[in-house]
Design a protein around this ligand. Structure first.
Ligand SMILES: [Zn+2]
Length: 223
């Protein structure tokens, strides 16, 4: 009908078994972490992926189920089962234009973004501790979180396009100035050697989050 936005106009990307296999290999080899597919509505806020650093149950061999010794605990990368494209494009970012990420590479970009967070060498929780101790101000804490995001976006973009410049789009000139000032004082926070990664075995049955073994993977079967 004229003037009405039909449901079909809202494009949704969904994760497929083939994509999941490819993304899991990246997560396991480049972050040393299992990959967990989460229903989009189960993310706490609008998010498409997350580095979950809590210890969560993982089956070393999904074929064996819950036998003693088969369960360990690990951090993991979580990825949404579906992405509303309009929502993805409108995600506020500190300095990158996510509209420039080609549609067919969005899932890959998100995985590399989380791999980047993992490799950065600092964790957002580190900044909370530092602010709590008075080593940085709470305003600097907010900038540190933004720099962490900038770092992860840049890492992901360069993994996809090593020769292309990052499509930069600053939230505002003032914000850019605040980031520059912060980095003059605290660049050492982001120049630590990268986190050491111990790759996980890439077999489909190896290192599978327990929920996937018990409940299956929440693939979207219809839009
Ligand atoms: Zn992030």
């Amino acid at each position: 009908m004229k003037g009405e936005k039909k449901l079909k106009d809202f494009k949704t990307l969904t994760i497929t078994p083939g994509m999941l296999r490819e993304l899991t290999v990246i997560s396991k080899t480049e972050a040393g972490l299992p990959l967990y597919v989460k229903k989009s509505e189960d993310f706490r806020e609008v998010a498409f992926a997350e580095l979950n650093f809590w210890s969560l149950p993982v089956c070393k061999d999904s074929r064996l189920g819950l036998i003693p010794g088969n369960l360990i605990e690990k951090a993991r990368i979580e990825i949404t089962n579906k992405i509303d494209l309009e929502q993805f494009h409108n995600t506020p970012r500190p300095n990158m234009d996510w509209r420039k990420v080609p549609e067919d590479l969005i899932y890959k970009f998100l995985i590399y973004h989380e791999v980047g967070h993992n490799l950065c060498g600092t964790h957002p929780v580190d900044f909370i501790i530092m602010a709590g101790r008075g080593e940085i101000t709470w305003e600097e804490y907010r900038i540190a979180i933004a720099v962490h995001e900038i770092w992860a976006d840049k890492y992901a973009w360069q993994k996809l396009f090593p020769k292309k410049r990052v499509p930069t789009k600053w939230a505002s000139p003032q914000f850019r100035q605040r980031v520059d000032n912060f980095m003059k004082k605290h660049s050492a926070l982001f120049s630590k050697p990268h986190q050491k990664v111990e790759p996980l075995p890439i077999d489909d049955w190896a290192m599978v989050p327990l929920e996937h073994v018990k409940n299956g993977i929440p693939f979207v079967t219809e839009n």
